[in-house]
Design a protein around this ligand. Structure first.
Ligand code: NDP
Length: 238
């Protein structure tokens, strides 16, 4: 199950996991074309399911996870990808923007992980991958709320890795750098030309760059990697 799988990085993860042969459920919140993605995955021979979910709303998380479990009978991979930004400098940041980002990125991941881990613990198997950010490690002016949520995810990942290891569940994080999606669309030309020279590999990332790493960590053979944060950022932060 991939949260926020209808577009951006989440969609690339859904497509990559489906290509690897996984039966994929993904969640959508405001995206209107989730069913079109299901149809295209099914046309390619896969099995897919789209479930509505607001990760900040515990009831929809519970209902969504139940639908996935009832439909597929189990849940082996969870990718906590849903996330938002509400940028603002400290002195101007509205408490509502702080709360929205922490509720979506951090509390949402807690809700989803808690619901899904129940099934994984029973199965004594699971792969959990949390999508954090380079910003959680390096910081970023104007993104105090986002950086706090993503750094929080790194601590959560390591704690869950320790807690769930005895049950055969690995928990890792992927920290993307600057990836071309709707989220980074709003970044102006000036900021882009400031950022590009800081990337040794000389280009912004593509959603597929992140998806390949998630697919690697979600593989059944990856049973000896847990509690790690893997940076996918073209070298912009080492
Ligand atoms: P997008 O803005 O393109 O997509 C955001 C996704 O999150 C959408 O699928 C959206 O669903 C979902 N979402 C937002 N709010 C909620 C909510 N309350 N409940 C459920 N789903 C929600 O972002 P990206 O694809 O760029 O980002 C995906 C993840 O990667 C995020 O966690 C982001 O922080 C992280 N990241 C992105 C980077 C980048 O450069 N793009 C860099 C580092 C990390 P819907 O469309 O259905 O509303």
């Amino acid at each position: 199950m991939v949260t926020g799988g209808a577009r951006g990085i989440g969609r690339a993860v859904v497509e990559s996991l489906a290509e690897a042969g996984a039966t994929v459920a993904f969640t959508y919140f405001t995206s209107g074309d989730a069913q079109a993605l299901v149809s295209s995955l099914e046309k390619a021979g896969g099995k897919a399911l789209a479930v509505p979910m607001d990760v900040t709303d515990r009831e929809t998380v519970e209902a969504g996870v139940k639908t996935v479990l009832d439909t597929f009978g189990g849940l082996e991979i969870l990718v906590n990808n849903a996330g938002i930004t509400r940028d603002g400098l400290l002195l101007r940041m509205k408490p509502a923007d702080w709360d929205a980002v922490l509720d979506t990125n951090l509390k949402g991941t807690f809700y989803c992980t808690q619901m899904v881990a129940r099934a994984m613990v029973r199965q004594r198997y699971g792969r959990i991958v949390n999508i954090t950010s380079v910003v959680g490690a390096a910081g970023s002016p104007g993104q105090g709320n986002y950086a706090a949520s993503k750094a929080g995810l790194m601590g959560f990942t390591k704690s869950m890795a320790r807690e769930l290891a005895p049950r055969g569940i690995t928990v890792n994080a992927v920290a993307p750098g600057f990836i071309e999606t709707d989220m980074t669309q709003a970044v102006g030309e000036e900021r882009r030309s400031h950022l590009l020279p800081q990337i040794p590999l000389g280009r912004f990332g593509r959603p597929e760059d992140v998806a390949h790493c998630v697919r690697f960590l979600a593989d059944p053979n990856m049973s000896y990697i847990t509690g790690q944060v893997i940076h996918v950022n073209g070298g912009m932060y080492m």
